[in-house]
Write a protein that binds this ligand. Structure first.
Ligand code: IDP
Ligand code: MG
Length: 151
């Protein structure tokens, strides 16, 4: 089953949008299998965003993601990586479509509320940064058949 790492970023926590953002994922039928409320250290942020090292926004990105507590989640569902990215919308709220999380809740060109892994490789790497294998909770949703179809 596919998994993705989601981070509800410091601006979303401060703006008290955690519940409304998680609701988007729950309404879609994506399964939460892990979560942690935490402050990301600069070291962990550097590991997480290693692919962006050297880009002009790298330092401000590390400042942003370490600027306050975040809620980290692992979601699971067939095709969850692409679905979560679609629910999130384009990178910044000023361009993201209405109906998406970033499009509905954000107008900033620097703060963007949420992170979601962009590939299976990234998801595996990122989940490993925040969770041990035994913290990924193995359980079935009772309505899984109706959620994910019969194909
Ligand atoms: P994504 O979050 O939509 O996958 P990426 O291009 O992977 O976007 O960028 C990672 C993060 O870096 C973004 O979520 C955002 O916080 C930050 N970022 C990306 N581009 C810029 C920029 O041009 N200015 C400031 N921050 C940026
Ligand atoms: Mg990205």
């Amino acid at each position: 089953m596919e998994r993705t790492l989601i981070i509800i970023k410091p601006d979303a926590v401060q703006r008290q949008l955690i519940g409304r953002i998680i609701t988007r994922f729950e309404e879609k039928g994506l399964q939460i299998i892990a979560s942690r409320f935490m402050h990301i250290t600069r070291d962990l942020a550097a590991q997480h965003y290693a692919v962006h090292k050297g880009k002009p926004f790298y330092d401000s990105l590390l400042n942003y993601i370490t600027s306050g507590p975040v809620l980290v989640l692992v979601l699971q569902a067939p095709g969850v990586i692409a679905m979560a990215r679609k629910l999130m919308g384009k990178t910044f709220g000023n361009e993201a479509e209405p109906g998406t999380i970033r499009g509905d809740f954000g107008a900033s060109r620097g703060f963007n509320l949420i992170h979601g892994s962009d590939s299976p490789e990234a998801a595996q790497y990122e989940i490993g940064l925040y969770f041990n294998d035994n913290e990924l909770v193995n359980y079935h949703l009772a309505n899984e058949h109706w959620l994910y179809g019969d194909n």
